[in-house]
Design a protein around this ligand. Sequence first.
Ligand SMILES: Cc1ncc(COP(=O)(O)O)c(C=O)c1O
Length: 383
Amino acid sequence: MPAESPFLFPVYAQLPLEPVSGAGARIRTADGRELLDFYGGHAVCGLGYGHPAVNACLREVGERLLFQTNAVPNRERAEAAEALAGFAPEGLDRVFFVNSGAEANENALRLAFRAHPGRTTVVAVSGGFHGRTAAAAAVTDGSPKWYHFPALPFDVRRVSRDDPSALAAAVDDSVAAVILEPVQGMAGAVALSDEMLAAARRACDDSGALLVFDEVQCGMGRSGRAFACEWAGVTPDLLTTAKAIAGGYPAGAVLASAELADSLPVGSLGTTFGGGPLAAALVTTVVRVIREERLLERVRRLSERIAEEAVTGPVVRVQGRGFLLGLVCSRPAREVRDALLDRGILSGTSTDPAVLRLLPPLTLGDGDVDALIAALADMGPTP
Ligand SMILES: Cc1ncc(COP(=O)(O)O)c(C=O)c1O
């Protein structure tokens, strides 16, 4: 495929297709193909494309008041904070809106160091991906790949994602925060065990370190619960989310307890665009649609179907939760992705070369799952 444009930084490997419109879980490409989207714009298009509630919100709020600053009160922002806090597990009752996942993590880690002056370390787990800004990249596994600054902003202690005792042992008095994704996205949809999440909670309770769950990818209903930590019954001190939170519009959020948030002095955090009226109104819309259309039930039911029926053709096992699924393949995931694309289905890869990642809209239907399974079966087993 020719380069997209000589005027852009050439920093992305791109797929050979150009989406020009979308409806539901389907996208149409510039060369006239219709594709079933199991990639969801990298987990962003949680309500698919052209959802009537999203369109109505874009028109109503976009035309009336596209943007206003955090320096003035705004009804849409207030409603979105209440909606998101009501959607999140009990105990996460305050919201700070930002623009992206990395910005959410940057602020969560900043809050942890603010709470613990003198502590120097963050504990992170193997396979974790947290973004490309300084603090987020520092806790991302393999971060030297992303990290071009001369020094890390703090010390990072990394433990195996499968080892609750190692995690417990790593959290000493120098640790300000533990950060992990309850279901790792980039790593190939790897759900951490309930024991791992519980061990992190206990270690933080004992040491005073703040527990940060990065639900940028696995949150906002994708796991089949509002937030993935609910599967383990573990509530973090800080939860970050972004991607699908505003149905495709850039937005992110940090959630925290009232106790933590209400202790912050004016001026301790800030952002220009975060929580603008349109982004905020879209967050409220996404929460409302997930509830009204009972999308969590749909995600759980269809996810179970995929886990049972997609072990066919090149797929030997399915991992992950809800609609953050990894199809473990007996041949390179890239080849399976290309073969699916030839059959009209868009999917994603991961940092595990054997794992194909599915991140479809939460609005997916039974017929879409049938199409995926038929396409995989059509490929036949790996010779
Ligand atoms: C779990 C997780 N955290 C953080 C990020 C960074 O989000 P953003 O690209 O919006 O900064 C991502 C992006 O893929 C992610 O998957």
